[in-house]
Design a protein around this ligand. Sequence first.
Ligand SMILES: Cc1cc2nc3c(=O)[nH]c(=O)nc-3n(C[C@H](O)[C@H](O)[C@H](O)COP(=O)(O)O)c2cc1C
Length: 201
Amino acid sequence: MKHLIIAAHPHEASFTMSLARAYADELEKLGHEAHTCDLYRLDFNPVLAAAELSGANTGSPMPGDVRREQDHLRTAGAVAFVYPLWWASMPAIMKGYIDRVFSYGFAYDFKGGAMRGLLSGKQAVVITVSAAPLEAMVKSGDWGAVQTLQDAHIFRTCGLNLVEHLHFGNIVLGLSENIVRRHLERVRTCANKHFAATPSC
Ligand SMILES: Cc1cc2nc3c(=O)[nH]c(=O)nc-3n(C[C@H](O)[C@H](O)[C@H](O)COP(=O)(O)O)c2cc1C
């Protein structure tokens, strides 16, 4: 199966990017094809411009960078989104990817007045990290907001079958090698759990 991994972090050597690499490596070990869309290294333009917005609504051709990302998505059987929580949300570059690539007529449309997801049939995994411990986020209500606004309102509404949202809290400077190793192992376990039994092509 072809997997598309969309990752957002300014530093290539960050914990976030190491999670994306571990996930892709494990999928490849399982015989799957993993393509990583590393938004910062691609210098992805996150700004949805006026002409593009009008074009999406009228079915005009999309800009080349959006078309390229939509082609990757179209052919992927599974998608993963890997990003840190910034202000309990996603980095602007990831939000801009959603704004531009998950366009009307591609990721959703409206039928009978209701929004309809067009990405059904694809599995999805979300991997996020935060400085706050997960338990603190659950207690404050922030985790519920993440689940409502990101998992449900974006990913599931567009039809993706979100099989797991794996979150790593307490990610602060000076993490021990041991903790990093254990976290990377959880990402590999996630890939195995959902895709070891899936035919690789
Ligand atoms: C702009 C910005 C906003 C952030 N907002 C939050 C936040 O709302 N909650 C939180 O727990 N951590 C927040 N963080 C911390 C990041 O989640 C933290 O950088 C990340 O967990 C560390 O992973 P990394 O080493 O991959 O960057 C924020 C960091 C930045 C740079």
